[in-house]
Design a protein around this ligand. Structure first.
Ligand SMILES: Cc1ncc(COP(=O)(O)O)c(C=O)c1O
Length: 401
């Protein structure tokens, strides 16, 4: 017999830290504890009624009961062409779109298609915890570029240039960002896109939070600002965040036809078509108006202002005002090394343990995002829970000596 029971490739994958926090919170809840969860990255709203109604009809349609084309229902791909034109101003053909099991599969497909062993992918930290894992699984090498509060969690061209080597193939870009809530302004997106074109790099741009921008922030799609990038650009998107549809598992990737064809081939052997009922629900979502999405965005905006103000009142915590998505990413450095109810946490991971154990508040420590010293707190939870949760943290950390 050779090797271990689990292949080295899969044994190297870390469990999702965000799901781990959620599991702990749910286990405590099951024991009757009142836990406030800032962990999960999903809207607390129900999927809008007209979308659910379309899925109900689809359930009864015998066509839904059979395999359908791997790349997606033709009607959905057509609707995604129109949606992409409407929301981003990007002109694409149906053959450039592959419908996937969530944005997650679109990202995994993209790296599987683009990376040969040893190809380097520039990843901006704090990063969404899935990115480095799927890059490594594809044989790529994540090269992490660190950003911090001082730069508003945005990378500069100088930083990108310093990290570039002859092996660099792809830049992974996300705005609005999970976990920081940062939104790149138009001129910075354009400059980064131009730099990528000049260096002959690919860009994977994750636009899943495109509709969740607040205040004066605006979302811009990189291949629209830099059309020359289109032949080496993959756009990832999905219905999960905009339409409160995390459980339906529908995303998509848009790219040059050779990349999309290769990804479709791969997906045809891995998962085939996305569940037809979910595709019909997604069709109703993307071909309908954005009224429900706007109402949810207004609620997130209100909570964003509340959590930002309340966190900054806690001594030892500093929090930038998030401009997009639904996460606050406060620095908790000022609390580390202090005595808190007989404990002396020295890392954000230890502090997060204390928060769940002592205050029954679940947050994800920055370690999960390549950014120790921070918490990620989703504000996609009810207004009252949000206030209660941050008040509990204020009380707990108020005891710091
Ligand atoms: C930045 C980012 N991209 C992509 C996704 C994928 O979402 P889904 O697979 O649910 O469509 C998420 C979900 O958390 C995310 O935060």
């Amino acid at each position: 017999m050779t090797g271990g029971r689990i292949s080295a490739r899969i044994a190297a994958v870390s469990p999702s830290a965000t799901l781990a926090v959620d599991a702990k919170a749910k286990a405590l809840q099951a024991q009757g504890e009142s836990v406030i969860g800032f962990g999960a990255g999903e809207p607390d709203f129900a999927t809008p009624e007209h979308i659910v109604a379309a899925a109900e009809v689809a359930c009864r349609d015998p066509r839904s009961h059979k395999y359908s084309p791997t790349a997606g229902l033709p009607e959905l791909r057509e609707a995604l062409v129109a949606k992409t034109r409407r929301d981003s101003g990007l002109e694409v053909a149906p053959a450039q779109i592959l419908v996937t099991n969530g944005g997650k599969q679109a990202i995994a497909n993209s790296f599987a298609v683009l990376c040969d062993p040893g190809d380097e992918v520039l990843v901006l930290a704090p990063y969404w915890t899935t990115y480095p894992e799927v890059i490594a699984l594809a044989g790529g090498v994540p090269v992490v570029i660190t950003t911090d509060v001082a730069s508003g969690f945005r990378a500069t061209i100088d930083q990108l240039e310093a990290a570039r080597t002859p092996r660099t193939k792809v830049l992974l870009f996300v705005s609005p960002s999970n976990p920081t809530g940062a939104v790149y302004p138009r001129h910075e997106i354009e400059a980064i896109g131009r730099w990528a074109v000049e260096q002959g790099l690919w860009v994977l741009t994750d636009e899943i939070y495109e509709h969740l921008v607040y205040g004066g922030a605006e979302h811009h799609s990189m291949p629209v600002l830099v059309p020359e990038l289109a032949e080496r650009c993959v756009v990832v998107n999905g219905v999960a965040k905009t339409y409160a549809m995390t459980g339906w598992r529908v995303g998509w990737m848009i790219g040059p036809t050779d990349v999309v064809t290769a990804a479709t081939n791969l997906q045809s052997h891995e998962t085939s078509n996305v569940a037809n009922v979910s595709q019909r629900a997604a069709l109703a979502a993307v071909s309908g108006d954005l009224a429900a999405a706007a109402a949810m965005r207004d609620a997130f905006d209100r909570r964003r202002l509340t959590i930002h103000a309340m966190l900054n009142e806690i001594e030892g915590i500093t929090c930038l005002l998030p401009e997009g998505a639904f996460y606050a990413f406060p620095s908790v450095e000022g609390l580390l090394g202090h005595d808190i109810r007989g404990h002396r946490p020295t890392t954000s991971a230890e502090l997060a343990e204390l928060a769940i154990d002592e205050a029954k508040v679940a947050v994800v420590p920055g370690e999960a995002f390549g950014a120790p010293g921070y918490f990620r707190m989703s504000y996609a939870l009810g207004d009252d829970d949000l206030v209660e949760g941050v008040s509990r943290l204020a009380k707990l950390f108020g005891d710091a000596a």
